[in-house]
Design a protein around this ligand. Structure first.
Ligand code: VAH
Length: 314
């Protein structure tokens, strides 16, 4: 059975939905600090309102539902974290260690997402290697590197089956972005449909790795189903699927919405975070060790995003 902590967030909601689709609602237990949003999106099945740092309650849930796999998806993302570094450290680290302690006691496997945010300005920006220097300059990145090291520690010291991927910016047609630096790449599609214009908070030539939610969810499930004897890495695997800048994304949107225009009001904090991150990762380790192979690209994602938003627009 699976427990998803942070199951109402941007990534958590969609992993919850897909896991319930694949494994059945009763085998997928959801938990989130909030209980007000989009629960109907995920349908029935066990749900607990719980703070990710509350190891005691999480331990009770794990024992009650004989959980064998925990998806730990509760965190403050980069832009929001930068506004409140101590809250980000508290949630991102004390939430994670609570899960790792519960996993150690109950022999659960743990999935924890890392991010391209785990790299910094001294990391090679083009085809960023799987094993390279990681000195992020955002507090979010600090918690991601610390999280990777903590998960590897629990694996080597206590044999906890911890695994993770370094996510690019995630683009979803179902759940709103969660306060990240890459949120522009989601908002732009909704604004393109709503008013054929988007004012972007990053410079038009800012390249970042991005991934469409269906591929992001597939990675989270595929890595946890992988044969552990093949894994030479664990926390966390580079995964890549597309790298683009706002200008490029706007050009693809114009192939569907010819009148679409983009303008720029650069947010200096978000731009500084984006400039400290790589432009594109290399993900050979994920491809070799657990057959990672994304399906969407900027063209097919743009078509799917706009068609989905149009279908929903009254
Ligand atoms: C953020 N969407 O912007 C997240 C992600 C690669 C970025 O970690 O913080």
């Amino acid at each position: 059975n699976i427990l998803i902590i942070g199951s109402l967030g941007q990534l958590g909601s969609e992993i919850a939905l897909e896991c319930r689709r694949r494994y059945g609602s009763d085998h997928v237990v959801l938990a989130d600090i909030r209980d007000d949003v989009n629960k109907e999106l995920i349908g029935g099945g066990p749900f607990y309102k719980v703070d990710a740092r509350d190891g005691k309650t999480i331990n009770e849930i794990v024992k009650k539902h004989t959980i064998d796999t925990i998806y730990h998806l509760a965190a403050l993302l980069s832009a929001r974290a930068e506004q409140n570094p101590l809250a980000a450290w508290d949630l991102n680290m004390n939430g994670l260690i609570a899960t790792l302690e519960v996993a150690k006691e109950n022999h659960c496997a743990v999935f924890t997402p890392s991010s391209i945010g785990a790299f910094g300005p001294t990391t090679p920006k083009q085809f960023t290697p799987q094993d390279t220097i990681q000195r992020p300059t955002s507090i979010y990145g600090v918690t991601k590197v610390a999280g990777e090291l903590l998960c590897d520690y629990y694996h080597h010291a206590y044999d906890v089956d911890t695994r993770g991927v370094r996510y690019p910016g995630i683009i979803s047609n179902m759940t709103p972005p969660g306060g990240g630096t890459t949120d522009y790449a989601v908002e732009i599609y909704y604004e393109a449909v709503r008013k054929e214009h988007y004012t972007c908070f990053l410079r038009g030539d800012t390249y970042l790795d991005m991934i469409y939610m269906p591929d992001a969810v597939e990675a989270a499930i595929q890595i946890m189903e992988a044969d552990p004897s093949r894994l030479r890495h664990r926390n966390a695997f580079n995964i890549a699927s597309m790298s683009f800048c706002p200008e490029e994304q706007a050009a693809y949107i114009r192939t569907v919405i010819p009148g679409f225009t983009i303008s720029y009001e650069v947010d200096p904090v978000k731009q500084a975070i984006a400039d400290s991150w790589p432009n594109c990762l290399e993900d050979y380790a994920a491809r070799v060790e657990w057959d990672w192979n994304p399906t969407y690209n900027l063209e097919t994602m743009t078509l799917d995003m706009i068609e989905t938003i149009l279908r929903r627009t009254p």
